[in-house]
Design a protein. Sequence first.
Length: 187
Amino acid sequence: MEVTHNKFNFSSSLNAIHATLAKRTYLLLFITLSALLTALYFILLPMLPFGAFFLPAVKFITPIQVFFSFAMGILFSLLITIAVRSHAFGVKINKGLGATSVLTSAVNIFCCTPVIPSIIGLIGASSPFIFSYSPPIQHFFAVDYPIFYVISIVMLTYSILMTSSNLGCCRLDGMRAEKVLSQNQEA
């Protein structure tokens, strides 16, 4: 069954989320993924500015990174859980939004690593004038990273609503079909 709507139905989305988490299997999947992904974000977010796997970086985590670790871990695990349930129903899902939101949460890597200077060098800009743009760009990513985290949360929320809306539509159509089938069998 291919259900892909351009708009979402909020009540259908909430019903689909509730129905998904009401099933023990999906609830356990959600809880497990939430714990794992939140722990991963808790380790990853303060580590990204170092540009390397540096586990002691966790002691430098800021309160805003703690908040976003929990928010993104829970939202991403909810998206995965709903996507698994959608796959079980045969509903087509949009993978792009979820992947993009994960990538936007990794913007800290641009602040203190050689990524920005390397990109500037790769595009053929080797003059000192062009390289003078690298520090302000890196400063922007170092200071204004919460903007990208908010964008990531908005994209995750939108992706959850779209996926669960499609699932809710499919669930309702399936329930209606079962009801009509049972009424026809009774007659």
